[in-house]
Design a protein around this ligand. Structure first.
Ligand code: ADP
Ligand code: MG
Length: 587
């Protein structure tokens, strides 16, 4: 079956579908809709986020309920307020030609009397969070004794959130002969238990294989000591100046803490978890969608089902308890044909779990080294240079130029460039100068470490049309080296890194002293430490944490204010200098 007509949907729905511009049913829709329309049965449907589950249960429910009756016939339970609103909104759009249809959402944090009033007006479908629903049942503000269809949406997440009791209690107020449709992205034991307990011989449909991760997502892990997680996170952020990411923590507390620290350290970050008020959550999501926030630190629950495009990195600050949740997290990136990276900041004890995840997602993780401070300095400098290079000149500054020009009358261009970049570089340098190597040895990838390797920086990257394989081929060719002589090639936007054996170092440097490509010098320099090896970092000094802390408390208040939502400021400051972070944390 390939069209909505074939699925047996009525004219009202088909018209709305055509208005929405849906041309063909998604896989879960094609599988679920005909069964649900034809038969009265219980259903378990497993499909990832973003596969169109709302319509898969929404269309059949809309077609089956009687809009001429004011009785509540359908109940949809969903884990969060955001999802309730999203589902309600979708159902209203799907049912816009179903005359008399009334869909009401019920969730905490809003007036219960208003919601009760809306229900009283005759809601054929209620979309609710379990907590508020239970509350309203207890206060006799809703009657769900005549429900014919109940949906448990994002069932795994509702159970993760501890809604088991609430769900049990709610379902006990519904008639036994109703149909229950359970939708979930993963099928942990708890969901299987619910299916067994509350459902009658459910039909099961699965879309895709249960835990396949997108082809577009690369999986990486960094091995650090648990107490260095935050430092590692900062370095990863600094290494990727244009990062747009969701950072997952396990608890609300960690989520809040990590977000606060990032904000204190001058990053554009925000927290999303269940202890925030609705208003706060809405604000954070809005800023994230607008990209005013580059790093959203979230719990699994709060981030569930929320669609944001173009996420470059998913960072697992800690691994989830359920291995399956990992699939869910990593699925936030690599969408719509874009590439993405899913990163795990792992402690030694988590390596085994990573192996478990590899088996389930059928992908292997690359073990990466946390970049050294000096490498980050390089990246930031090059990134800044590129930004400056591509910046359009703003002629509003013209009137002030005379004074500026006279100030630099006797400064050569070379000197000026050095001075200019020193402003930025010194900040980073001061911060990272004393930074220690935070890579943990161990795990089982010691083979990738080569004591006799040299790490190089080269000023060509993706922008010049290279991926790592092409760069490796290019280097092998021009340097006349063999297949294994160039390794750990890492290509960034406008520059890259690679390693060779120390013995090739003179040859490499010699060759690139005056090498030009497309009229431009290709520079190669030895990258300070890292890459080739953690132990090459001779003086294992520590990141200067005490000063970072005192910097936080002495800060003049500017950046703390950013937390309360002056997104515009934060954005422009982070835009103009993604490099302000270390300075802020050092002040
Ligand atoms: P899920 O619940 O599986 O995460 P949603 O039901 O929220 O997914 O759907 C994700 C998005 O896809 C929504 O914006 C929805 O409007 C859209 N969508 C759903 N079905 C189709 C379809 N058949 N064709 C195009 N877009 C669709
Ligand atoms: Mg959904």
């Amino acid at each position: 079956m390939s069209t909505f007509q074939d699925l047996g949907l009525n004219q009202d729905l088909l018209q709305a579908i055509s208005d929405l511009g849906f041309t063909k049913p998604s896989e879960v829709q094609a599988k679920a809709i005909p069964i649900l329309l034809e038969k009265e049965l219980d259903l378990v449907a497993l499909a990832q986020t973003g596969t169109g589950k709302t319509a898969a249960f929404g269309f059949p429910m809309l077609q089956k309920i009687d809009v001429n009756s004011r009785t509540t016939q359908g109940l949809i339970l969903s884990p969060t307020r955001e999802l309730c609103l999203q589902i309600t909104n979708e159902l209203k759009q799907y049912g816009k030609y179903c005359k008399g249809l009334n869909v009401v959402s019920i969730y905490g944090g809003s007036s219960i009397t208003d919601q009760a009033r809306d229900v009283k007006r005759g809601a054929q479908i209620i979309v609710a969070t379990p907590g508020r629903m239970k509350d309203m049942i207890n206060r006799r503000l809703v009657d769900i004794s005549k429900i014919e269809y109940s949906v448990l949406d994002e069932a795994d997440e509702m159970l993760n959130m501890g809604f088991y009791e609430d769900i049990t209690s709610i379902l006990s107020h519904t008639p036994d002969e109703k149909n229950t449709w359970l939708f979930s992205a993963t099928m942990p034991k708890e969901v299987a238990t619910i299916a067994k307990k509350f459902m009658n011989n459910p039909t099961e449909i699965t879309v895709g294989s249960k835990n396949v991760s997108s082809e577009n997502v690369k999986h990486e892990y960094y091995l650090v000591n648990s107490r260095d997680r935050y430092l590692a996170l900062k370095r990863l952020a600094d290494l990727n100046p244009n990062i747009f990411s969701v950072i997952f923590c396990r608890t609300k507390r960690d989520t809040q803490k990590v977000a606060e620290k990032l904000i204190e350290d001058g990053y554009s970050a925000g927290a999303l978890h269940g202890d925030l008020s609705q208003n706060q959550r809405d604000l954070v999501m809005k800023s994230f969608r607008n990209k005013q926030i580059q790093m959203l630190v979230a719990t699994d629950v709060a981030a569930r089902g929320i669609d944001v495009d173009n996420i470059t990195h998913v960072i697992n600050y800690q691994l989830p308890d359920e291995i399956e949740t990992y699939t869910h997290r990593s699925g936030r990136t690599g969408r719509a044909g874009k590439k993405g990276v899913s990163i795990v900041i792992a402690s030694k004890s988590e390596v085994r779990k990573i192996k478990g995840i590899e088996r389930i997602i059928k992908k292997t993780f690359d073990k990466k080294d946390v970049p050294s401070g000096m490498e980050i300095c390089e990246v930031q400098l090059v990134s800044l240079a590129n930004k400056i290079h591509t910046t359009e000149i703003n002629s509003e500054i013209d009137p002030y130029l005379e004074n500026i020009n006279s100030l630099f009358e006797n400064t050569t261009k070379e000197e000026l460039i050095k001075k200019f970049f020193s402003v930025e570089f010194t900040r980073f340098y001061n911060y990272y100068n004393n930074s220690k190597d935070i890579n943990q040895s161990g795990g089982d990838d010691s083979s990738s470490y080569n004591e006799n390797a040299t790490r190089y920086f080269i000023n060509v990257g993706k922008k010049d049309g290279y991926d790592w394989m092409q760069l490796k081929d290019f280097l092998k060719e021009v340097l006349e080296l063999g297949q294994d002589d160039v390794f750990k090639v890492e290509v960034k936007d406008s520059f890259s890194f690679f390693n060779t054996d120390v013995k090739h170092q003179p040859k490499v440097l010699e060759f690139f002293t005056d090498f030009k490509q497309n009229g431009r010098f290709v520079n190669v320099e030895i990258s300070e430490d890292r890459g080739g090896g953690r132990s090459r970092n001779r003086n294992k000094r520590r990141d200067n944490r005490s000063s970072s802390r005192s910097g936080g408390s002495r800060r003049s208040g500017g950046s703390r204010n950013d937390r309360s939502g002056s997104g515009g400021n934060r954005r422009s400051s982070s835009k103009n200098s993604g490099n302000s972070r270390p300075r802020q944390s050092r002040r």
